[in-house]
Design a protein around this ligand. Structure first.
Ligand code: ADP
Length: 479
């Protein structure tokens, strides 16, 4: 069972964290405030007590008959004072004067009263009294004066402050929590909006984009990132659709041919020789389809990273010679010339079979798309820390706008011509994949006198694995 609290929303969590932090801060703040106020109040009380003490010291006098009384107008009636008590004690520990509030305070320990002021808190009438005791002389006689002030008012004030702090703080936390919740909700509202907008965008509506309210804020940036992801997804979907459509189209033609031949063969009675020819043509088409399907399968394995390449040192010049001799028959048929310019010892760490296929495809194109009697030049050498294999022909060349796309699957500059030559539009896609997987690059350029030059560059030392992985990922679907 799923509890509603098992995954609270961000705004609830934000508010909870906010409230917890605020509560901790309020506790610290309230405690610090209370301690500081209490300290300040006690200091004020002691100051007042000191003033009282000095007043009493200057105003208490001794009469001729030895009594201690208040002099002057002040404190005419100290007995009406509710909060203060003045006591004079003789060195023998006898109380010889008392005025102020009527409260029973403990006697002064005269013996332990030294020259300095002594502040202390004592109990009297269930209240606490702050006292200041010190020896003085009145009329030349040494006595001990104790002035006391009730702490009650101070305690009441402190209590009120405590009540305000104790009951006010939770109120502040609750109010701030509600405010925080509303703020969090307001701040997160665009995310809810974003989620419902994103939900609307399905595979069929991938061209739609989220609206960006403010590009500069965090939500705006997030929306931008999501929109970019949708754009990439849309392009991948498009490529996938195109690829599927192209592959089906590619298979449909030979299938139609097979069907046509088959239908023509069965509508009329034919000689065994004619049947043989029909079956031969059908098998040719089946071969075409098999090659196509195998190539597609290999490309898809390459995309999925399922093709293992085993790198071994390979002499690029030797590979060029091998490919040239295996395609020699085509060159002869077309009365073309091959020119080889091969540097010795250009060794690259590659998978021989994979790279051989790439070079074969490029050379096959150079022969196929160049006129009879023309020359195809193959060059192997080094450029910096890379090996170069260049194949130049005297064919029609490739228009600049197509130079990148010819490496895409099923792309052909001239569809009819490519088909006639038995091309499926996958040769260069395979070549690019094979070169990429070795951390190399394949490019095409226009030659000054017409014709194109395909250049395969390969690192002379093994490429870093990540480069290969990245390139493989990039070429998926798009390659
Ligand atoms: P195809 O099977 O059609 O040859 P490729 O992938 O090998 O497929 O090549 C893609 C397209 O690039 C070809 O259809 C052709 O239009 C163009 N192309 C490739 N190589 C050459 C070349 N050497 N000269 C002119 N065009 C070329």
């Amino acid at each position: 069972m799923k509890w509603p609290w098992s995954a609270p929303s961000i705004r609830v969590r934000l508010t909870a964290w906010y409230a917890v932090v605020l509560t901790a801060m309020m506790i610290v703040y309230a405690t610090a405030t209370f301690v500081a106020v209490r300290h300040e109040f006690l200091e004020q009380l002691d100051d007042q007590l000191h003033d009282d003490f000095e007043t009493a010291e200057s105003l208490l006098t001794r009469t001729a008959d030895g009594r201690i009384v208040w002099a002057g107008d002040r404190h005419q009636d100290p007995d009406s004072d509710e909060v203060r008590v003045y006591e004079v004690w003789s060195p023998a520990g006898e109380q010889i004067h008392r005025s102020g509030a009527s409260v029973a305070l403990p006697p002064v320990a005269v013996a332990s009263t030294h020259a300095s002021y002594r502040y202390e808190t004592v109990a009297g009438n269930n209240e606490r009294w702050r006292t200041l005791t010190a020896p003085i002389t009145i009329g030349g006689h040494a006595v001990v004066l104790r002035v006391s002030r009730s702490e009650e008012r101070l305690r009441n004030q402190l209590w009120e402050i405590l009540v305000v702090l104790v009951f006010g703080s939770p109120l502040v936390v609750v109010l701030a929590g509600v405010g925080g919740y509303l703020l969090a909700r307001r701040a997160l509202l665009p995310i809810d909006h974003l989620a419902s907008e994103a939900q609307r965008i399905t595979a069929e509506r991938l061209h739609e984009r989220l609206t960006v309210p403010n590009q500069r804020d965090e939500i705006g940036r997030l929306t931008g990132v999501i929109n970019d992801t949708f754009a990439r997804l849309e392009s991948s979907f498009d490529q996938l659709r195109r690829f599927t459509a192209d592959a089906s189209h590619e298979l449909r033609t030979p299938l139609a041919v097979v069907r046509g031949i088959g239908e023509a063969a069965v509508t009329e009675r034919r000689s065994p020789k004619e049947y043989e020819d029909a079956i031969g043509s059908m098998l040719e088409e089946v071969d075409r389809m098999t090659t196509l399907v195998e190539t597609l399968l290999r490309l898809s394995h390459g995309d999925a990273g399922r093709i293992r390449v085993s790198r071994e040192p390979l002499d690029l010049g030797q590979l060029a010679r091998d490919v040239t001799s295996s395609l020699g028959i085509l060159v002869e048929e077309r009365n073309q010339k091959l020119m080889l310019d091969i540097a010795d010892g250009v060794v690259v760490p590659v998978d021989r079979l994979v790279l051989r296929e790439a070079v074969t495809n490029v050379l096959d194109n150079a022969i196929k798309y160049s006129p009879a009697g023309s020359t195809v030049a193959i060059r192997v050498g080094r450029i910096g820390d890379e090996a170069l294999l260049a194949i130049a022909d005297e064919g029609p060349g490739i228009p600049p706008e197509h130079r990148e796309r010819i490496f895409h699957r099923f792309f052909r500059v001239d569809e009819a011509r490519s088909r006639d030559g038995g091309g499926s539009g996958l040769g260069l896609a395979i070549a690019k994949w094979a070169v990429d997987i070795h951390g190399g690059a394949i490019t095409v350029e226009q030659r000054p006198g017409g014709g194109s030059e395909f250049r395969i560059l390969l690192p002379l030392t093994p490429a870093v694995a990540t480069t290969h992985d990245q390139k493989t990922t990039q070429m998926r679907l798009g390659g």
